[in-house]
Write a protein that binds this ligand. Structure first.
Ligand SMILES: [Fe+2]
Length: 588
């Protein structure tokens, strides 16, 4: 706050002048843990005072420009999403922010990890630029793992040196999710340089499975938060080490109930917990809200409403050093959520800087620079590119785990051949007695950033598609093309279709493209609007399930994780199969 603003606001408090007074409110006071009856005076987007409920005549603020009687509705500080990736929602950043803010989330701490892995600094600048005028607080963490691992081919490298250009930007809060755990644990110097750069700021972690000693090193390295805990026991180990836990409830991961149940059972302090979504798609936001869904689940699991609202507001603000956010008190930014009840988190209105967010507000989407819409850099492929020689008695197969993003390494015996082609009809017609071999599909990763011509081909089991292929340019974390199918011909058709559409999802049925969902912004997002994206996506998902995709997986989201080497156990990359086990991450 500059001097003139401070001077003006202090005069307003002394003289009782406000732009807006919200009276007859039940204020969720996350500072003292009580519900206060009173009124809130606001000027220039800042809270001036929270004053006496019995001041019916507004003596405190006789010169209020506008007075709104809330008739005993609850008022919470604006909700804060402690960690999310805007690129993973497929729509433009502005559309996601605008939608979530209507459900009460007024602050977003985003990690443009996916954009940076495709387009480096240009991708980060895109996220900063697209959210600069949002009616919400959008902060950005510097992506720490670009690439996520040296074993993969991504679009760019983003080093500590590259990050220095962003240090003076007050929207940059620290270092984003550090997922290259081996680099932290074995004291890799380039990782140390990044950690050192942000030692006095926040450093987000990404450590789903670390044993105790490794977790000790993670804490030693200065990692201050993590959002990967999926059990209370692990969350507690992190909290005991001073790692603030963001409890995640998103489209793919649902960790809130389990962790909160443990917190309630043990009665531990909630000071070291916040809420995040990580990845939450618009259809889920429209169905159940955004961070409000985390609050609702936590209260349902027995947490006191005040603690749940604290985890959605002040805990996050304090963790990230955002002194002007997270509470309803003088000097705080007037980001407020008006609620008809506490437990169901039923949102009536949302205010950002003292202005009501209108549900009819148009979402203005800035144009995307052309270079970010041209990221499919590979030559047309042919069926022969997906040949797979079986030379050994033992063949590794990616086993797709149901309802998870983990995989299992199956080792099977397949007859030696110059090119293994999956049976087009699974089951007895395959002619095999071996239940592991039935249902095998080909899976391929095609490098798409630098036209290196690298294509990795392997076998996968558990996807279930018959008579076609599916391909995607959303493929964590390097976002090469990932394709799966039961014929080399259909896989080639699917991959070439993605090149024509500048990325997205494609579904091929028996030699013909059934549908393409273009995601031309870095091959990750569309600016065609949620309604258009969702209509195509639902049609494609329906068709994929009709073609046999297992109901316990998502045809596109599950596929998008099958090239992610940093999650156990076996993945395909453009360099071939790689496996993560006790000996580390290795090509096999
Ligand atoms: Fe994340």
């Amino acid at each position: 706050m500059n001097y003139n603003t401070y001077k003006g606001l202090s005069e307003s408090i002394r003289g009782g002048k406000a732009d807006l007074v919200l009276k007859n409110a039940r204020i969720i006071d996350v500072l003292t843990g009580r519900i206060l009856e009173g009124s809130i005076a606001i000027k220039d987007g800042v809270i001036l005072s929270v004053f006496d409920p019995y001041d019916r005549d507004m003596k405190n603020f006789p010169e209020a420009g506008k007075v709104i009687d809330l008739k005993n509705a609850y008022v919470s500080p604006g909700f804060m999403d402690a960690h999310l990736h805007l690129e993973s929602t497929m729509v433009s950043p502005a559309e996601l922010i605008a939608t979530a803010s209507r459900y009460g989330t007024t602050a977003f701490i985003v990690d443009p990890h996916e954009a940076a892995n495709v387009s480096g600094a240009d991708g980060i600048d895109y996220i900063l630029d697209q959210t600069a005028d949002s009616k919400a607080n959008v902060y950005v963490m510097m992506p720490s793992c670009v690439p996520a691992t040296p074993i993969d081919d991504n679009g760019c490298t983003f080093t500590a040196e590259d990050m220095k250009a962003y240090l003076d930007n007050d929207r940059i809060l620290g270092l984003g999710e550090v997922m290259d755990d081996p680099a932290v644990i074995y004291a890799d110097k380039s990782m140390y340089d990044k950690l050192e750069l942000f030692r006095e700021k926040n450093i987000d972690g990404h450590a789903p499975f670390l044993p105790d000693r490794e977790l000790d090193i993670y804490a030693l390295a200065g990692i201050s938060t993590d959002h990967e805990a999926s059990s209370y026991e692990y969350a507690l180990k992190e909290a005991e080490r001073g790692i603030h836990v963001h409890i995640r409830e998103g489209s793919a991961a649902h960790n809130c109930a389990d962790i909160v149940r443990g917190i309630v059972k043990d009665g531990i302090s909630t000071d070291c917990f916040s809420f995040c979504t990580d990845d939450k798609h618009i259809e889920d936001i429209l169905r159940e809200g955004h961070i409000g869904a985390n609050i609702r689940i936590a209260i349902k699991e027995g947490l006191s409403p005040i603690d749940a609202y604290r985890m959605a507001t002040i805990n996050t603000a304090r963790t990230y050093g955002l002194k002007h956010l997270g509470a309803i008190a003088p000097g705080m930014q007037a980001d407020l959520v008006i609620l008809s009840d506490l437990e169901n988190v039923s949102v009536i209105d949302v205010y950002y800087k003292g202005e009501k967010i209108e549900k009819t507000d148009d979402i203005s989407i800035k144009p995307c620079p052309d270079k970010l819409k041209q990221t499919m850099h590979f030559k047309d492929v042919t069926p022969a590119d997906f040949g797979l020689k079986i030379l050994s008695d033992k063949t590794h197969v990616i086993g797709i785990d149901k309802k998870q993003i983990t995989t299992t390494d199956y080792v099977v015996e397949i007859e030696k051949t110059d090119n293994y082609e999956p049976c087009r009809y699974v089951g007895s017609e395959c002619g095999s007695e071996n239940p592991v071999i039935t249902g095998l599909l080909k899976i391929a990763a095609v490098e798409r950033h630098k036209n290196t011509g690298k294509i990795g081909v392997a076998l996968a089991k558990g996807y279930g598609l018959k008579g076609g292929a599916v391909a995607s340019s959303v493929s964590h974390d390097s976002h090469n093309i990932i394709a799966i199918g039961d014929s080399d011909r259909d896989i080639a058709i699917a991959v070439n279709a993605l090149k024509s559409s500048e990325g997205g999802y494609v579904l091929v049925e028996d030699g013909k493209v059934f549908e393409v969902l273009p995601l031309p912004i870095m091959g990750l997002m569309s600016d065609a609007g949620f309604a258009n994206v969702n209509e195509k996506l639902q049609r494609m998902k329906k068709k994929a399930y009709e073609m046999g995709v297992d109901k316990d997986i998502d045809p596109f989201i599950t596929l998008s994780f099958l090239a992610l080497p940093v999650i156990p156990e076996i993945r395909i990359t453009p360099r071939g199969l790689c496996k993560l086990d006790d000996s580390g991450l290795n090509l096999i």
